[in-house]
Design a protein around this ligand. Sequence first.
Ligand SMILES: [Zn+2]
Ligand SMILES: [Zn+2]
Length: 163
Amino acid sequence: MESSGIDLTQFVHPSHVSKNLLCPITQSVLEKPVMTPCEHLFCEDALLEWLLRSDRCPVCNNLLNPEEISKPGRVIVNMLAELKRFCPHRSRGCLWTGPNEQVEKHLSSKCSHKDDLDNVEHLKDLVEQLKVENHKIKEVREGEERRTGGAKDGRSEAMAVSQ
Ligand SMILES: [Zn+2]
Ligand SMILES: [Zn+2]
């Protein structure tokens, strides 16, 4: 089974996370939370998986009609949204922390792990640019040497001759 829920170690203050925001099935912080008619909260994926084997609520054993499963209220959604998280790439050196609701945005735009990749591309561009510049400088210098005709050492003399 694909694991759902967000592990407490992903949060900056795991001890401040209310137990009400943990999924009773995954024991992790609710991910894509859903609410049963008996007002118990679960990760959507975990509850769907559970319903393949049972038609009762894992917490209170009430009969569950899948059609009565809904999104939780705004307060729950907001509490989950504002929990402070680390970047999932923390182990690779990204120091970003921010609200749970901004993790996706961070990953798709500002994650320094991604920046590393961008920097490599940027460096490649720079190297290409430098090659061009280097070539230009060489041309200018050679032109200069040809004009002055003054070979200052053997090497540039040879270059001037070979032109
Ligand atoms: Zn229940
Ligand atoms: Zn990051």
